[in-house]
Design a protein around this ligand. Sequence first.
Ligand code: NAD
Ligand code: UDP
Length: 354
Amino acid sequence: MNVQKPTLSFNRRSRRVIVTGGAGFIGSHLCDSLLQRGDEVICVDNLYTGSVRNVRPLLNHRNFFFIEHDIRVPLRLQGSVDRIYNLACPASPPHYQADPVGTMRTCVVGTINMLELARQKSARFLQASTSEVYGDPEVHPQPESYVGHVNPIGPRACYDEGKRAAEAVIFDYHRLHGVEVKVARIFNTYGPRMLENDGRVVSNFIVQALRGEPITVYGSGQQTRSFCFVDDLIRGLEMLMESPAAVTGPFNLGNPQEMTIEAIAREVLARTKSKSPLQFKPLPADDPKRRKPTIEAARRVLGWQPSIPIEKGIEATIAYFTLSLATEASKPSATPARRKQVQRPISTAAAEVR
Ligand code: NAD
Ligand code: UDP
């Protein structure tokens, strides 16, 4: 793993925002949005599941800095920092389970490192927590007051318990050190810039449909999720970050429109006009049977609610993957190994020079 300890020098004073995991799916959309607001954005990412491709258009932006760094290592920066969005963590089950101890360390050690930075810089801290803190819920829909039903020894525990421990330590930093904290419990979010091999359901189904491959439905397909389009989520994260200091959350951020996984498969098939068959596969261990957020608190306190219906969001995501698969197909050596080489030149050194 390429771990570096960067030192950045800035010569201007404007609002500086760190986005850890900023080269990932959600993080890269957040970087776009913050730059549009006029913020200076420092994207911190170890490129584990993120890609430079997601932030390539930003690399020449004068307010954008990319640091290849692993948050499990303390980050030292010169100058002030006003906001830290802590999004760094693999989010897809196959990816977070591929290195479970690493995932736990990212959730816990990584979050403590970023909280330390927030404390040193008197920066406001927002955590990308998750609906997985509710585990396989026995209460439906899930309000923030529900304390959850997580299997602490199962294959999802590295992520679920890691994120729960992160919430615990965040509120300890708030109580002990007065760090201004905000916690968003994000429910299943989808959209452009998910990886083709991300492994989560919406990207899997769209890529399979576009390639004419079987649609892999796990279990009976009658388990449910509630899917939020990424643009809605980004708006919610920013509204939470800019809410009054006393507002900490946790807040559920998600779209309460609940669907079965089979219904998502049929929606994707209809919109891609694909003839791919459904292929039923075993349900992974501890896969939650149903999930739907209660978002009354976000509505009331933040004035936030999602507005993009699933049909529109799926169309936008299909359009993204149609283009992205066509571009990949036109490159003979566009393998993961090659993508890794392309990522190399963008380094801390490059950020320091700018
Ligand atoms: P993603 O995998 O696309 O992005 C995660 C990013 O974090 C990647 O760019 C990855 O390279 C980076 N990263 C991972 N470990 C790191 C480390 N140790 N140091 C530095 N960077 C690291 O996933 P995403 O869907 O964009 O999720 C972003 C955040 O939102 C995650 O914290 C995730 O837990 C949370 N979340 C997402 C969803 C969702 O449905 N997308 C739901 C709940 C919570
Ligand atoms: N799923 C599926 N086929 C896939 C990928 C996922 O049927 O190719 C199912 C998975 O078992 C789960 C749901 O879709 O019930 C959502 O899975 P995802 O990994 O997207 O998110 P999470 O389980 O973390 O909510």
